[in-house]
Design a protein around this ligand. Structure first.
Ligand code: PMP
Length: 443
């Protein structure tokens, strides 16, 4: 750990070569692909425990990838693991019948998040967004959704647009045109979308003034976590709330990353904004696939009599519900988030200090257990700032230096570092020691 001795990862290389013969690209999700940063091949995992992950060659890393977010309690959290084992051994997994534990979970979510009167479960964030946008269209009778350049709301046809477009072909800075995330998205879907730059109140105001009557919802991450980490500018979310409310547009917070992570009440609690609908996922399940969509009673009630149909064979399956109930019990323990913030701040402020002293044009952005380093000489407020001003090559060198020293996070500058409740001050100190060495090589 934190040694600069070269790590050979031959086993990962061989496993990757073998997997590629039977799995396209050798992996089962885009974020693990070589072209998402894992050049020349992704690390293959052997196991994880707490804040540590061991790769197929037996090297152990301090893990800030955390499965891209779900492992908020660290790997193999005892309480969640036990709850799932009990469920499998003593109850069962899928019945197509409701179980009492589902309402227990709903009550816990409602108690944690004040904007939520009622809640339905799904399996993934992608499905959750699909539920929320369908509800918003049904409730308002309007068809367009405003979404923001550089955000990610899952891979379904209706929203898999303008995630990371080439800006030369994506229209003007203030009125981007929708760009599909590759071929295969049916033409015409984009007519139901309005793509805007994030953090720009005036553009949002103008579009809502001109087209508000056609817009069902504004869909946004409350903190932008899919183009690195970008905080909302002061007043931005407040203005968004006010503008949407006045125009009868639903405000949907995609809290797939921030939910149950920035606090028990999510980013909406931290920023003090009440959305109409919210989607939670990664922080909710302690590593098991479960998501939740909830919000205002009047909107959610559309599902009650089947006016809006939301379905799924595996939604609220026994494993997901047991895992989420146990995860929320753990997260609700007194002092859990205070401790998480203390450890996370030690990392963020420690990195800030190292970069400030280095003289490098870099800054660390984040809130609590979500952060990222921007290699840029100016602040990054939206996707085009990042495309124009962030030095991706330098980020790559930073990442390589860190992973060689046993510090694991995603190689993409547009992903985040996540801190879990299993990380300790010792983990952070080892990470900062590695960062000092790496930064010295970059300066
Ligand atoms: N919304 C946001 C903000 C996300 O970050 C993600 C996943 N990274 C999703 C939706 C999609 O979630 P899932 O991968 O569970 O489908």
């Amino acid at each position: 750990m934190a040694s600069s001795a070269p790590r050979t990862t031959l086993e990962s290389a061989q496993l990757f070569a073998s997997a590629r013969e039977v799995i396209p690209g050798g992996v089962n999700s885009t974020a693990r692909a070589t072209w998402s940063g894992w050049e020349p091949y992704p690390l293959f995992v052997q196991s994880g425990q707490g804040s540590r992950v061991t790769d197929a060659d037996g090297h152990t890393y301090i893990d800030y990838l955390l499965g891209l977010g779900p492992m908020i309690l660290g790997h193999r959290p005892k309480r969640v693991t036990q709850a799932v084992v009990d469920q499998i051994q003593n109850v069962g997994t899928v019945f197509a019948l409701p179980a009492a534990a589902e309402a227990d979970l709903a009550r816990k979510i409602i108690a944690a998040v004040p904007s939520i009167d009622m809640v339905r479960l799904s399996n993934t964030g992608t499905e959750g967004v699909l539920y929320a946008t369908r509800l918003a269209r049904a409730f308002t009778g309007r068809r367009k959704i405003i979404r923001f350049e550089g955000m990610y709301h899952g891979f379904s046809d209706g929203v898999y647009w303008s995630k990371h477009p080439k800006i030369e072909t994506a229209g003007s800075d203030t009125r981007p045109v929708p760009v599909p995330q590759g071929p295969g998205l049916p033409k015409g879907v984009e007519e139901n979308l309005v793509i805007l730059p994030w953090n720009d109140i005036e553009v949002l105001r103008q579009v809502i003034t001109e087209h508000g009557h056609e817009i069902a919802a504004v869909l946004t991450e409350p903190m932008m976590c899919n183009t690195g980490c970008i905080l909302p500018l002061p007043g931005y979310l407040e203005a968004m709330r006010e503008l949407t409310e006045k125009a009868g547009i639903l405000l949907i917070f995609d809290e797939v990353i921030t939910g149950f992570r920035l606090g028990l009440g999510g980013a909406q609690q931290v920023f003090g904004i009440t959305p109409d609908l919210s989607i939670f996922a990664k922080g909710l399940g302690g590593g098991f696939p479960v998501a939740a969509v909830g919000g205002r009673r009047a909107v959610m009630e559309l599902v009650s009599d089947g006016t809006v149909s939301l379905a799924g064979t595996y939604t609220a399956n026994g494993i997901a519900v047991a895992a989420a109930n146990a995860t929320l019990d753990e997260l609700a323990a007194p002092g859990a988030y205070e401790a998480l913030y203390a450890v996370s701040d030690r990392l963020r402020f420690g990195l800030e200090d190292i970069f400030a002293k280095s003289g490098l044009a870099a800054h660390v952005v984040g809130l609590g257990p979500v952060l990222q380093v921007w290699f840029s000489d100016r602040p990054i407020h939206n996707y085009r700032d990042a495309e124009r001003h962030a030095d991706q090559d330098l980020f790559r060198r930073w990442w390589l230096g860190m992973i060689e020293r046993g510090i694991l996070f995603h190689p993409g500058a547009y992903e985040n570092l996540f801190v879990s409740m299993a990380h300790t001050d010792t983990d952070i100190d080892l990470t900062l020691a590695a960062a000092r060495e790496v930064v010295a090589t970059l300066a």
